[in-house]
Design a protein around this ligand. Structure first.
Ligand SMILES: *[C@@H]1O[C@H](CO)[C@@H](O)[C@H](O)[C@H]1NC(C)=O
Ligand SMILES: *[C@@H]1O[C@H](CO)[C@@H](O)[C@H](O)[C@H]1NC(C)=O
Length: 384
């Protein structure tokens, strides 16, 4: 009996893809065919595919699940996932449960809104984009952002990445929007990944659902932003400086009740390096429009966080109204100053009953027509 349980634990628990992730990720090019499921494409300097995007382009647009196994190295390219069938990116590694030992980096260097770059949409800067069309991935501007073309079909229903680092390092500081990951009209899960840029690092666009587990996200300005829904579980948010806030969300009026927003749960907020002098300076978030919704819950914060927690959009334009939800629940650490939060009157510390409606991914992730419980695509036991 014990033996059977041990074997079962070796395999991924998701319905879509039951395979031995650790075995596949430690396979050599010669053993991929036996260690990985069918429909695994290898990418690497001496593999069939030299770039990740070339492997993705070769995948037929049907509903079969595909795995892309990436050999160690840095791949300087933009990766776009448009198909609706499941796609998993696996970074080769012998430490599949430890993001700090990742050996695969996808690197891009782009920003917008600067003298050198011009003012294209943020979408063009992203290292990874999971969206059915370019139009669906555009950020746009104004309180409601880009209006995605009516009738746009949902994109990927089950995108996953394990042990891959997504980096946009246009400048070693905040210098305009510089996306590392962008998810719109799609469901995307990230496990043991590291996502790094300085500004607008993770974009969760219209109808985007993004889940991060046991991962690291490093940024400086508004580095979790968007319109959709993100859940960050058991992960570390690294502050590379302070700018705007950690979260900057735009809510949307829908005909059904929605919980679009960003939820940081059982995670850590820490300065990226001990040499940074940002004590008491960084904001948990600010309202990109007045319907901003974000909750930091059961999260440990170091002393980088301001005593009031959140901030207004700017001093001339607060964007804080009765519908704005800049909230916290059961946070700990020197960055959570209960008295400071009360005095600041901007962070809303939730009661048990107020938090109850937001306490699990199933309560917040919705299908495009507003049904809750859209979590089939989440790997709830990602350990390999
Ligand atoms: C990916 O999409 C962006 C726009 O979002 C585009 O600029 C870029 O050329 C695309 N790259 C590839 C490799 O398809
Ligand atoms: C949502 O609806 C409210 C009430 O009608 C309105 O004040 C607000 O501007 C709307 N927000 C957006 C982003 O459409």
């Amino acid at each position: 009996m014990r033996f059977i349980i041990a074997i079962a634990l070796l395999f991924c628990h998701s319905n879509a893809t039951a395979y031995n992730r650790a075995a596949c990720q430690s396979a050599s090019l010669q053993t991929v065919a036996t260690a990985c499921p069918p429909n695994t494409l290898a990418v690497g300097p001496s593999a069939n595919f030299k770039t990740i995007q070339a492997a993705i382009k070769s995948i037929p647009s049907n509903s079969n699940a595909y795995i892309i196994l990436i050999q160690p190295g840095t791949y300087q390219e933009q990766v776009n996932i448009t198909r609706s069938g499941p796609v998993t990116l696996l970074g080769a590694t012998s430490a599949p449960n430890d993001a700090s030992k990742n050996s695969v980096t996808i690197l891009w260097k782009a920003a917008t809104g600067t003298k050198e770059t011009g003012n294209g949409d943020n979408a063009f800067t992203s290292t990874l984009t999971v969206a059915p069309t370019l139009d669906a991935s555009l950020t746009g501007s104004g309180p409601t952002g880009h209006a995605v073309a009516p009738g746009t079909k949902f994109g990927n229903t089950d995108f996953r990445a394990y042990n891959v680092d997504f980096v946009n390092d246009f400048k070693q500081t905040s210098a305009g929007p510089s996306l590392a990951v962008s998810v719109s009209y799609a469901n995307a899960g990230f496990y043991y990944c590291r996502v790094k840029s300085y500004q607008d690092t993770v974009y969760v666009g219209k109808l985007g659902n993004a889940y991060f587990d046991k991962s690291e996200i490093a940024g400086q300005t508004d580095f979790l932003y968007g319109f959709g829904t993100a859940w960050i579980q058991s992960s570390t948010l690294q502050l590379r400086g302070c700018g705007g806030g950690i979260t900057a969300w735009k809510g949307t009026n829908t005909t059904f009740p929605n919980k679009y927003g960003v939820y940081i749960h059982e995670s850590k907020v820490v300065k990226a390096s001990t040499s940074l002098s940002i004590r008491g300076k960084c904001s948990l978030g600010r309202p990109w429009n007045s319907m901003h919704r974000s909750i930091f819950s059961k999260t440990e914060m170091d002393d980088s966080i301001r005593s009031a927690g959140y901030t207004t959009w700017s001093s001339s334009e607060t964007r804080v109204h009765s519908e704005t939800m800049m909230a916290e629940y059961s946070n700990t650490g020197p960055g959570f100053n209960a008295a400071g939060r009360r005095e600041g009157k901007i962070s809303h510390v939730l009661s048990d009953s107020e938090f109850a409606g937001y306490s699990s991914p199933a309560k917040v992730f919705q299908s495009p027509d507003g049904k809750f419980g859209n979590v089939e695509w989440i790997d709830t036991k990602p350990e390999a």
